[in-house]
Design a protein around this ligand. Structure first.
Ligand code: HEM
Ligand code: HEM
Length: 166
């Protein structure tokens, strides 16, 4: 897919990156609250206040992620993204692309599967839960890559997602 190349990420793109990252962290850390509330409801038991609060947060933060990622993809299409740092070997550029697109896929698929679990069938919950280790693996690779760029390549890749270029 041909991409528009921009000199760097914009303030809006950087804001969306970190707001979405924070919301995803909440979803992964406290998602079990949602599972606990649903299990308690099935057994006719009352769930704890903490689990209940986590489940409300899970529902609305999840929907916010879906809305924000759609905005983010729209912005990506119109503003473009900077090319992968040139000094890196090509396979790393491809690996970065693969991880970024896998993130976008997960950021859309997870909220959709969550909504299907609530409104269509519990069976989607099993697939939704499988998304947790996938997300964790992607984040691990992504963060290791960012640290590699920062401390070994020293090519300013991390700075691009912290300081707007325009
Ligand atoms: C990117 C967004 C999301 C992420 C990363 C995410 C992640 C998670 C995680 C980690 C769990 C707990 C899995 C476990 O107990 O092992 C979970 C459970 C659950 N989530 Fe999400 N979630 C997201 C969005 C949503 C949305 C938008 C909804 C619904 C509107 C939703 C509904 C549920 C439900 C119903 C469960 C319980 C599943 C079950 O008990 O079978 N999630 N989610
Ligand atoms: C759940 C957490 C995160 C998600 C879902 C996520 C997702 C993404 C995505 C999709 C991109 C590609 C943007 C594009 O060009 O379209 C990106 C870029 C980037 N992210 Fe993350 N990210 C997360 C956390 C982090 C963390 C914790 C760090 C730093 C340690 C980080 C550092 C970066 C950097 C440096 C880039 C720019 C890459 C480049 O210039 O080619 N991200 N992130």
């Amino acid at each position: 897919m041909n991409e528009r190349h921009a000199p760097g990420y914009s303030t809006l793109q950087i804001t969306l990156h970190w707001v979405i990252a924070a919301l995803v962290a909440f979803q992964l850390l406290f998602g079990e609250g949602m599972t606990n509330v649903r299990e308690a409801a099935e057994e006719g038991a009352t769930s704890s206040g903490v689990d209940f609060a986590a489940s409300i947060g899970h529902y609305w933060f999840g929907i916010a992620i879906l809305a924000l990622v759609l905005v983010r993809l729209g912005v990506r299409l119109t503003q473009g993204v900077p090319p992968h740092p040139v000094a890196a070997p090509t396979w790393m550029g491809w690996a970065a692309k693969l991880v970024h697109w896998a993130f976008y896929l997960m950021l859309v698929a997870m909220p959709v599967l969550g909504l299907l679990t609530v409104y269509v069938s519990d069976e989607f919950g099993d697939i939704h839960k499988l998304g947790k280790p996938v997300f964790l693996a992607l984040i691990a690779v992504h963060v290791l890559a960012a640290l590699y760029h920062q401390f070994i390549k020293k090519d300013g890749a991390l700075r691009r997602i912290l300081v707007p270029a325009r």
